[in-house]
Design a protein around this ligand. Sequence first.
Ligand SMILES: [Zn+2]
Length: 255
Amino acid sequence: MNNYVTDAINLKSYNLSESDKIIVMYSKEKGLIKGIAKGVKKTKSKLGARMDSLVANTVMLHKGKTFNTICQADSINTFKQTRSDLDKIFYSMYIAEVVNNFGLEDDPSSESVYNLLYQALNYISKAQNKVEILLTVIKFQLKMMKECGLALEFDSCLNCRHESKDEAVYFVPDLGGIVCSDCANIMPYSKKQMPAKLCEFFKQMSKNNFDVSGDFERKANEKVCNVTFEVLKSYIEKKSPKKIKSSEVLLQISV
Ligand SMILES: [Zn+2]
């Protein structure tokens, strides 16, 4: 059989012709995949809105020589509450783009990346306020980097390995972790000073699942979340094989 079935989340799409589109998806079984959605731009299309970005479907694909064709799609989750909220849309687009940039075809860890993406989109859609959206995105950033073998280090100074007793430490995006103030002076990389307490917040966020909320998390306000998000975003941008465009949009809407 030249057909296969998988759960997949639509990350983005390209126009192929007047009626067809190419859909880029992240699938549970095969990682990053692409498929042609024939006739999707026509009003009577049987695939229709299920091919919109940020929708999770069970899809059946027909393997072609160069491209796969999407024969059938049954929606699993449209993350409905995201679709009427600008913040939710943009942060969901951001995480979809991160998965598109770091995701691999035939990824052996596709199931855990898929679950991570699905859960993040689901928790964003259900969030009650901006802080809840940001906490979900931050956890996604930390967990996604770990999945890619790029886990961040907040336990001790990356240079001298001592646990810092300083009030403030320095985050070094090139290294993906913190250094103490002594080592910061001799570091040739760009760095950002941050309070040691913020480190504790990072540590807690790395450990906790989406449905668990720790002390620091419960106390976090929008400002702390924004700073944390930006720190992680700068690291992810440094490591990303392709430019992340949706974060430019984020910048525009947050001004
Ligand atoms: Zn040090």
